[in-house]
Design a protein around this ligand. Structure first.
Ligand SMILES: *Cc1c(COP(=O)(O)O)cnc(C)c1O
Length: 384
């Protein structure tokens, strides 16, 4: 089959399945409101949990960083791309989270891939929670490692895998707070069982950092667990972008030697690292934002109680999935909400397993009670 034909068939299949993905031009950036196709929507689709993307101090810091250091790092960190703002932020971040070292990456996707690609060798084994993020699953597929998925947050299922013999090393992978379901991993038990089996634990806390724990130190801090490898990202509660791996001195040195993502890729702009230091300060001082977020979540969940028979959600985090029983097209529901001025994404396979299509509502500190009430009204109307 020719390339053209193959591509055409793949596209047709996607359309036929009703899974075709389209992008929209967002004319505003990610605040309380979105403007798309010249219409305004309340934004229930952003991961900017604390509303820091619009924070004046953070914006000013980025501008100041750009004036001082220019707008590009000019090379990989191994050449001259590792600037003072990078070094300062790495050190502040690692101190804050209680790790010897932090290494910055341009995205969470690349941090996860870098970590897995550098660490895993043939004969090693990865045991990952079934619902782990695509960047983690893909990292495993590219490595020549055997990988197994244990049942979502089921320690028994992990145990069963851990008991099987393995000639190499074992890496256990989970998210701290799951990105599509909003529930939290049993980090204490996961770490205990991993350690007992001589395995390393990697926690990807993209959605927990900034939101959970004292000063927003994340899921692990909240649970009193220190995994050997922690990945945090800055595209969510930090309101910026980028990511970091937190680890021991030795592991950091190892990644610096062997991570191609660090060696062959342009480091993040120094202005961004500079802004990240200020965002970190805002996160640490952001109790009022976390309280606002929490109050919004509570208001939403209370409002949803009336719909108990029709929908099920069990998350008490900012991520509120809604599953519609007996609704063939989640996309249709999302479109109806859009008519009502609410931007809520429909999440479909392959992002989530077949049969678990959902609306993924995200609550943020930038929203007001009126916004939450409007959302509840919208959901009510859709269900009538
Ligand atoms: C968003 C996300 C990532 C990817 O981070 P980016 O910085 O957006 O590339 C990785 N892991 C999880 C769990 C995420 O939710």
């Amino acid at each position: 089959m020719s390339w053209l034909k193959k591509i055409d068939q793949a596209l047709q299949k996607r359309r036929y399945q009703g899974l075709y993905r389209t992008r929209f031009v967002n004319q505003t950036g990610t605040g309380r409101w979105l403007q798309i196709n010249d219409r305004r929507y309340l934004n229930f689709s952003s991961n900017d949990y604390l509303g820091l993307s619009q924070n004046k101090e953070v914006i000013k810091a980025w501008q100041k960083g750009a004036e001082q250091y220019g707008v590009v790092s000019g090379g990989s960190g191994h050449i001259t791309g590792y600037t003072k703002p990078h070094a300062v932020f790495e050190e502040t971040l690692s101190d804050w989270l209680g790790y010897p070292r932090a290494l910055l990456f341009t995205s969470g996707y690349s941090a996860n891939q870098a970590l897995l690609a550098a660490l895993l060798e043939p004969g090693d084994r990865v045991l990952a929670d079934r619902l782990s993020h695509a960047s983690l699953l893909e990292g495993m597929l590219y490595s020549a490692t055997r990988f197994f998925r244990f049942e979502h947050n089921q320690i028994d299922s992990l145990q069963k895998h851990l008991k099987k013999p393995c000639s190499g090393e074992t890496l256990v992978i989970t998210e701290g707070l799951f990105s599509m379901d909003g529930d939290s991993a049993s980090l204490g038990l996961l770490h205990q069982h991993s350690s007992a089996a001589g395995a390393l634990l990697l926690v990807d806390d993209a959605h927990g950092i900034g939101v959970k724990g004292v000063e927003g130190r994340g899921s692990c801090w909240q649970e009193g667990v220190k995994p050997e490898l922690l990945v945090v990202t800055f595209g969510k509660a930090f309101g910026l972008s980028g990511a970091a791996i937190l680890c021991s001195e030795d592991l950091a040195q190892y990644f610096l030697q062997f991570s191609r993502h660090l060696i062959y890729s342009t480091a993040m702009p120094p202005a961004q690292a500079y802004a990240l230091s200020v965002a970190l300060k805002c996160v640490r001082e952001g109790n009022h934002l976390r309280q606002q977020l929490q109050a919004n979540i509570v208001r939403f969940r209370q409002g949803m109680q009336g719909f108990r028979n029709l929908l099920s959600t069990c998350s008490d985090s900012a991520i509120q999935p809604i599953f519609f029983k007996h609704r063939p097209s989640i996309q249709e529901v999302a479109l109806k909400l859009r008519d009502y001025g609410l931007w809520v994404p429909a999440i479909r396979p392959p992002t989530v397993p077949k049969g678990t299509e959902r609306l993924r509502i995200t609550i943020t500190a930038a929203q007001e009670f009126d916004d939450i009430d409007r959302l509840l009204e919208g959901v009510h109307l859709v269900l009538l």
